[in-house]
Design a protein around this ligand. Structure first.
Ligand code: ACO
Ligand code: ZN
Length: 288
């Protein structure tokens, strides 16, 4: 790469206005160059159109009819909804979403080619509409059975548990498909923290229920049973059990160490997840 390439890849936008939030970008995103000279980029929070001038943006807001993401609302419980948006049918929206997401993602290649992906947008409802909280994308056909390509919680909504709501939803979709899923690698630092935390809690819940049901008799659960119960792939289950120090590799096989005290101790160390996905509120059938 020559010098100009290095310069254009530096963080190029000071601030974006998105709905009622002003947000400072973290990384470079390839918005058109004349736009990056504006002090603020205005992004319509519903159609994701980006505009450099305040007056042009005001005109757009007057005529923009959307008050929710395009696509189908496939889940609703309380204020939270998920919309499924097809990267082929709503190409511009999805490209704009990728541009927005790139502001907060360092390592992922941007997908101008949105057609092979579905986008699942998490929104929160109020009297003004369905406000975008975050999203994840997913390949329509993944040879590796990845259930997430890219995942993002918008900064004003981060660290409130929405990341785990997105992750849980991705596993509920895998469950409906009858598959075991895993996120595409590499994970960012924040991605790994969030997945670690989600995976640990998902597995601990299963183990804790299992211990309660086994009523003092020697518990006997296999890694495959944990995979089936969580829709997690085997290597993620094993790495999480190793991280929690609940598994030993001995004479060619994995041995789980299950004690109620240890499991309860781990369970207490995680903050209680208030918002959970309720599968009954998902209206969705996997394609083919
Ligand atoms: N510092 C320390 N811990 C953090 C931080 C942070 N900044 N952010 C989240 N965590 C931890 C939380 O403590 C929580 O764990 P806990 O419940 O055990 O305490 C866990 O991660 C999940 O927190 P949530 O509030 O559910 O997640 P959040 O809504 O903040 O979203 C996400 C997490 C999506 C990774 C967000 O940080 C983000 O959008 N980051 C930028 C984009 C990104 O890196 N995406 C992942 C790329 S990898 C991929 O796409 C497959
Ligand atoms: Zn709009």
């Amino acid at each position: 790469a020559d010098g100009s390439d290095v310069i254009t890849r530096m963080k190029n936008i000071d601030v974006i206005e998105f709905g009622r939030y002003q947000i400072k970008p973290w990384y470079f995103s390839p918005y058109p160059e004349q736009l990056t000279r504006a002090n603020v980029i205005f992004i319509c929070e519903f159609c994701l159109k980006y505009i450099g001038s305040p007056s042009a943006f005001a005109r757009h807001r007057d005529k923009c009819k959307l008050y929710h993401p395009p696509g189908n609302e496939i889940y609703r419980k309380g204020k939270l909804s998920f919309f499924e948006v097809d990267g082929r049918k709503n190409k511009i929206y999805c490209q704009n979403l990728c541009l927005l997401a790139k502001l907060f993602l360092d390592h992922k290649t941007l997908y101008y080619d949105t057609e092979p992906f579905l986008f699942y947008i998490l929104t929160e409802f109020d009297n003004k509409g369905f406000h975008t909280v975050g999203y994840f994308s997913k390949e329509k056909e993944s040879s590796e059975d990845y259930n997430v390509a890219c995942i993002l919680t918008l900064p004003p909504y981060q660290r409130k548990g929405y990341g785990k709501v997105l992750i849980e939803f991705s596993y509920v979709l895998s469950k409906f498909e009858g598959k075991l899923g895993s996120p595409e690698k590499p994970l960012s630092d924040l991605g790994l923290l969030s997945y670690r935390s989600y995976w640990s809690q998902a597995i601990l819940e299963i183990l804790s229920k299992y211990l309660d049901e086994s009523n003092g008799s020697t518990p006997n659960i296999t890694i495959n049973e944990i995979c089936d119960a969580t829709s997690m792939r085997k290597e993620d289950v094993i790495s999480t059990l190793q991280h929690l120090d609940l598994i030993r590799y001995y004479k060619g096989q994995y041995i789980l160490t299950l004690s109620k005290d240890i499991i309860d101790g781990h369970c207490r160390s995680f903050s209680k997840r208030k918002v959970r996905i309720d599968s009954k509120c998902l209206i969705w059938t996997p394609k083919d």
